[in-house]
Structure formats: C-alpha cells, structure tokens
Design a protein around this ligand. Structure first.
Ligand SMILES: NC(=O)c1ccc[n+]([C@@H]2O[C@H](COP(=O)([O-])OP(=O)(O)OC[C@H]3O[C@@H](n4cnc5c(N)ncnc54)[C@H](OP(=O)(O)O)[C@@H]3O)[C@@H](O)[C@H]2O)c1
Length: 318
C-alpha cells in the first residue's frame, strides 16, 4: 500500500529522511481492526521522528503519522484515538505500531470514535493528537473557566490554533504571542482577544499559560502569570533547556503542570465540544501522500497557518 515512512533518521535535514512508496500492511494484532484512511494530519511529532527523536527509532522502518480519520470495516466514518496501551506499555501510533500516513492502518477496536454529521473527514483527522492535547491542557489540567485570561505561546501551529479556538469557545479571554505579523493576524482571525510579539511584556498578569514553545518562551510564561496562576507544558518546540527565575515560582505560588495527549473519553468529549460550539480545525492545505515532502517542509519552515493534511489518492473524501 502507498505509505509515507522512514528507514533512518536525518538529524541535520529531517525532511530528507522522508520516504514515499509501497509498504506491506503489517500483521494485525488480535482485537484490532483496520481503518481505510481517508485523511491524516501532520504533527511536530512526525518531524521530530524524522530527525531521530522518539521511540520509533527502535522499530524502523516505520510508517509515520498519529492522526487519522477514515472508514472502518463496516463503512462507518471514524476518527482514530492514537494511543495504544498493550503489554509493552503506552505508545502513540507510529512509535511502536505502524502509523497513519498510508492507505490503511490497524488500530485497537476500542480506539474508534464516530465522526459526527457535519464534520469533514479532513477536519476529523486533525483532532486526535494536537486538538486532544489542547483540550486536556485547558480543561483537565488548567481547569480554564469562562472569564479566565489564558496566554497561549505560539500563534499558528496545530496545537496553538486548537488552544486558541477551544479557549475562545469556552469564554476565556485569550492572549496569544506570535513569531510574526502574519501569524498574529491569523490568531486574531481565530478569536484571540489580543496578540503580542514573542517575549513582549503583557498589560496584566494572566491566570493560565499554555506553553509548548519551551526554551524561547519559558521565562516570559513564568513572569506573565498572576500569583496562584497555572502553566501547562506539553512539549518544547524551541528546545528543552530553559532559563527561569525560580523566585517567581515560589513567590507567586505558581503551579507548573506537564501534560500529554488525553484519554479516549476526552477525545469523545472534544468531538462533542466541537459540535456544540461549531468549532472546526483550520486546515492550511491538503496534500497527496506522494506530495508529503511539501507538507513536511511547510511545517519545518513554519509557513503553515493551521493543520497540514495528507489525503491518500485512493482515499479522497467523497
Ligand atoms: N505531549 C503531547 O502529547 C503533545 C501533543 C501535541 C503536541 N505536542 C508538542 O507541542 C508542540 C507543538 O506541536 P505542533 O504540532 O502544534 O507544532 P507546529 O504546528 O509545528 O507549531 C509550532 C508552534 O511553535 C511556535 N513557536 C513559537 N516560537 C517558536 C520558536 N522559537 N521556534 C519554534 N516554534 C516556535 C509557533 O508559533 P508561530 O505560529 O507564532 O510561529 C507554532 O505555533 C511540539 O513541541 C509538540 O511536540 C505535544
């Protein structure tokens, strides 16, 4: 089947590690089912894998991708919860088990979530990783409520756009930092109340900060919180070695919380939230599998506004 995969990483030029072509469909574990992929979306995790970061390195060659939506064996439109828990532990699709950038993917039967009416298969394919992570960060970890002020570091990435749209829909006051004017304008178009340059002082302290940027924004995040505020960290795109003044943390009695993905129940709750609030993931562009390098370059160059979606040639949504 047509697949986008890697055989070995390339730390200096990750996109060059990308391969497109025929890969066999792997053996299907007991209790798993097969989804015909109609759309799959990129995450920074896929780019990190090409650069040699993550558990996939022990299991090469590996089909990339953790996000997918398509048709189950009964022809039902489904999206795929991307976390697998088995006797080897917890993993994301494309780490230990073959990923979603292919015509078909095997997944545990319990990992299927129906796509609601009115949501396209491309939109559904954006929810399982970045959007689920955003949902858990905001509502399970930080317990954001209407009227709270939330600072989101980064404006146009998959996770940032999810955070902006979900927090806005929940009635929060949403402040966003962006790396350039185009990104900041995009955040405004998604509902952000105010946008700022990265690292610029804010007019007031904030209740919560969502920081996936890491080294480039950590000090600003900690300094921007009100006393008693909460910071949630799901990653560190710009680097893991952050310099921070520890005085802020205890003097302001801050809570700093790590967060990763979410549960299958949270994915179902996210889908319902999107239906109730009429929220849909913004898609920058869609690409065929053989054009995957262009999608990965857009992510690596930071030119995309919202999600990048791959559509198998055989799987174009009808
Ligand atoms: N733990 C988990 O479960 C989990 C799940 C999903 C994502 N993540 C992590 O969250 C992060 C974002 O993922 P994504 O898929 O949304 O990636 P992405 O689409 O590539 O977005 C990257 C984001 O980083 C922002 N950014 C700001 N300053 C930056 C800098 N100096 N260098 C690089 N980026 C900068 C960008 O802001 P602008 O738009 O303003 O340029 C953009 O919003 C990654 O680190 C990823 O691993 C973790």
């Amino acid at each position: 089947m047509q697949s986008v995969y890697m055989i070995e990483p390339n730390a200096a030029h990750p996109v060059e590690a990308l391969r497109h072509g025929d890969r066999p469909l792997s053996d299907r574990p007991t209790g798993w089912t097969t989804v015909a992929v109609k759309a799959a979306s990129l995450n920074r995790h896929d780019l990190f894998a090409l650069g040699g970061v993550g558990p996939a390195m022990n299991n090469l060659p590996m089909i990339l991708g953790s996000d997918a939506a398509g048709l189950d064996e009964n022809g039902r439109a489904v999206l795929v919860y991307p976390v697998v828990e088995d006797r080897d532990g917890w993993s994301l699709l494309s780490e230990r088990h073959q990923g979603t950038f292919a015509e078909y993917v095997h997944v545990p039967e319990a990992n299927l979530v129906p796509i609601p009416e009115g949501m396209s298969v491309e939109e559904a394919a954006c929810l399982p990783t970045a959007w689920l992570t955003a949902y858990k960060m905001l509502f399970t970890r930080a317990r954001v409520e209407a009227g709270d002020t939330v600072l989101i570091q980064g404006a146009s990435g998959g996770l940032s756009t999810a955070l902006i749209m979900l927090a806005t829909a929940a009635g929060a006051r949403v402040w966003v930092t962006g790396t350039n004017e185009r990104k900041k304008a995009f955040a405004t178009s998604l509902g952000a109340d105010e946008v700022f340059d990265i690292d610029s002082p804010l007019p007031d302290g904030v209740d919560h900060v969502m920081d996936s940027v890491g080294a480039a924004t950590w000090a600003h995040s900690v300094a921007s919180l009100k006393p008693g505020g909460t910071m949630v960290i799901p990653g560190a795109t710009s680097g893991f070695e952050a310099k921070v003044d520890l005085l802020w943390i205890f003097a302001k009695q801050l809570s700093i919380l790590g967060s990763s993905l979410g549960s299958a129940n949270e994915l179902a709750a996210l889908v319902n939230f999107c239906v109730t609030h009429g929220v849909r993931p913004p898609i920058h562009d869609t690409f065929t599998l053989d054009d995957a390098p262009a999608a990965f370059r857009a992510m690596a160059d930071g030119t995309a506004l919202g999600k990048l979606v791959l559509v198998p040639d055989t799987g174009r949504a009808g």
